[in-house]
Design a protein around this ligand. Structure first.
Ligand code: LR7
Ligand code: MN
Length: 568
């Protein structure tokens, strides 16, 4: 008896130990093997969209259980495509032997055509995602896909993956906007698929106006935008609709996995990335800031992102409309993701990436279509509009980073400025401080100089006093009181700046704590004079050497002539 009990205890102990090991193994199980860094820099010249950095590629499939997305659920089986004749559709356009498979679409069309429309793909989510549950009464969504000369096989795979991998109750409709592709049948024929509608533009509009057209004809309360060469992954839709249902001001996107443009392999992107940009308004994927990364105990939690890549996101329809849809004066491609992202954050919403939602996208190295106004001019027009409407004084950094944008046409922005005022949106400074503090403002080179007038130098005296004194010392040995840093618009000495005391002629000029936003501290050079930017008056030493004031600018007058002499 005792033997039996001892055996039972031993068996239970072994089972318990094995169970613990299994649990720990599950918890540490790599979702993907270490990264192979995919090249970040590619050949597009303007606002290129790059493969998310640090791809995690599953190399050794033997040690990691292969999890593929589930087969179509029973309710979706049967006539997924209704009476649509898939074979005839694909056969209608085929690569001719000898044709360059990359020429027309900038990806390997031959591989795409060969793949078929229903392949299984790896479920790239963190394994904990599979055990999350979502509300049973999620609202349905209108899927909006705009395209211009998309390959039939990629377009069909996008649609089919949506139908296969979404609960059918969540798909109200799939709206295709054919942006004046050469062959109207590319779109028209697809309308035979249940739930698919096709709208064709009578002329090329670009993706921005096309999406607005799609949104205007959508009947669901939630909008889902997709590019025309995507494959959605397991349970991609529920996490996004759930977040938007809980708070309609959230605009959410999935992690965007990579579909290889060469062999169409489906590759997991890193889950630690968010959207960012530099001052030239060039989108980039970047690491989540380290503090946020450390604070993330749950890998299924949303990731706040300063901007979204732009093509794949879910947004409440009335919120989309309330916020002014898109800037429909933007053409073809580019910049609309910044405009939307700034607007969402600054006007009371938020942007996030949901790690439990994954969608694959074919990233390309070049645009496979033409830009009627040219690629560069179009990108400049669109980003100038975004910068002019939303970036306030920070737009100067955009222009410094992209000098060629200056003077290029961008049309009227009056309507968008009115919109911004009407929505009572926060300033860009707020966005910089609260949403994207990691974006560094470029350091302006401080030039240290003396401000000389004849043999005299402008010097600070006592607490806030100023005057002209004999120039002393040479080079770096000049006294601190006579060294000035001219960093437009400020004229500064350590943390004190030259400021006018009132906006009237004759007002004294004094020193006070620097504040770039303070209009009384803003100066600019005007010939040999220093002009106060807001009042228009010039720095004047008065005669003979009273405390400096501002006075009507008079060219060549000695008391207004300041000769900056740079000290090294
Ligand atoms: O004139 C056009 N008319 C269109 O309908 C030009 C394009 N399009 C369609 C096109 O067929 C495609 O379906 O618009 C969609 C986007 O164009 P792509 O695929 O050439 O663009 P992309 O993938 O390089 O661009 C990303 O940035 C764009 C900026 O304007 C858009 O926001 C895209 O939607 C966006 N794509 C994504 O965010 C997917 C992930 C890529 C990244 C990063
Ligand atoms: Mn795309």
């Amino acid at each position: 008896m005792r033997r039996i009990r001892a055996n039972a205890i031993a068996i239970l102990t072994v089972a318990w130990i094995l169970g613990t090991f299994y649990y720990l193994w599950q918890d540490n199980k790599p979702q993907s093997s270490p990264s192979s860094s995919a090249s970040q820099t590619r050949g597009r010249s303007h606002g290129q969209k790059l493969v998310p950095g640090r791809l995690e590629i599953h190399r050794d499939d033997r040690t990691i259980p292969l999890i593929v997305t589930q087969a179509p659920q029973p309710e979706q089986q049967g006539p997924l495509l209704g009476g649509f004749d898939e074979r005839a559709y694909l056969a209608g356009k085929q690569l001719r032997p000898g044709d360059d498979p990359y020429r027309e679409h900038a990806f390997n069309l031959q591989e795409s055509d060969r793949l078929g429309s229903e392949r299984a793909i790896r479920d790239t989510r963190h394994y904990r995602c599979a055990s999350l549950s979502y509300d049973a009464d999620l609202p349905s969504t209108s899927i909006i896909i705009t395209f211009h000369n998309e390959a039939r096989s990629t377009l069909l795979r996008t649609i089919k993956s949506v139908l296969m991998r979404s609960p059918s109750s969540l798909i109200q409709e799939i709206i295709l906007i054919d942006d004046f592709s050469s062959d109207p049948d590319d779109c028209q024929l697809l309308a035979q698929i249940p739930k698919v509608r096709c709208l064709r533009n009578g002329r090329r509009e670009g993706l921005i106006r096309s999406r607005v057209r799609g949104a205007n004809s959508a009947s669901a309360s939630v909008l889902t935008f997709l590019d025309s060469h995507c494959e959605v992954n397991a349970d991609w839709l529920q996490p996004m609709i759930q977040r938007v249902k809980e708070d309609h001001t959230r605009v959410v996107s999935p992690i965007i996995d990579v579909i290889s443009l060469d062999n169409f392999a489906y590759l997991a992107a890193s889950a630690d990335l968010r959207g960012g940009f530099d001052w030239s308004l060039h989108f980039k994927w970047e690491q989540i800031p380290i503090e946020q990364k450390m604070a993330r105990s749950d890998p299924t939690q949303p990731i706040r992102t300063p901007v979204i890549a732009g093509g794949i996101f879910v947004m409440d329809k009335s919120w989309f409309n309330h916020l002014g849809q898109y800037d429909t004066h933007m053409d073809i491609w580019g910049g609309e993701n910044f405009e939307l992202s700034f607007r969402v954050w600054m006007c009371g919403g938020s942007l996030e990436i949901l790690p439990c939602s994954r969608v694959g996208h074919v990233f390309r190295k070049r645009h496979p279509y033409d830009f009627p106004e040219g690629n560069a001019l179009t990108y400049i027009k669109n980003t100038r509009r975004a910068a002019e409407v939303w970036m306030d004084e920070y737009k100067q950094y955009y222009y410094s980073a992209r000098p060629s944008a200056q003077g290029k046409a961008f049309g009227s922005i009056a309507d968008r400025l009115t919109l911004r005022r009407k929505l009572n949106c926060k300033p860009f400074r707020w966005y910089m401080e609260n949403v994207y503090p990691e974006l560094r403002v470029p350091e302006q080179e401080a030039v240290s100089s003396v401000l000389k007038q004849g043999g005299l130098c402008l010097e600070s005296r006592g607490t806030d006093g100023l005057g002209l004194g004999e120039c002393r010392g040479i080079g770096a040995n000049r006294p601190q009181a006579q060294k000035w840093e001219l960093i437009e618009p400020l004229i500064r000495q350590q943390d004190l700046c030259l400021a006018i005391s009132a906006f009237t002629s004759g007002s004294k000029v004094k020193m006070e704590h620097c504040n770039t936003k303070e209009p009384r501290q803003k100066w600019k050079p005007k010939g040999s004079a220093l002009q106060h930017m807001v009042s228009g008056f010039c720095l004047d030493s008065q005669t003979p050497t009273g405390p400096p004031v501002i006075a009507q600018c008079r060219p060549q007058v000695a008391s207004q002539s300041w000769e900056p002499q740079i000290i090294t």
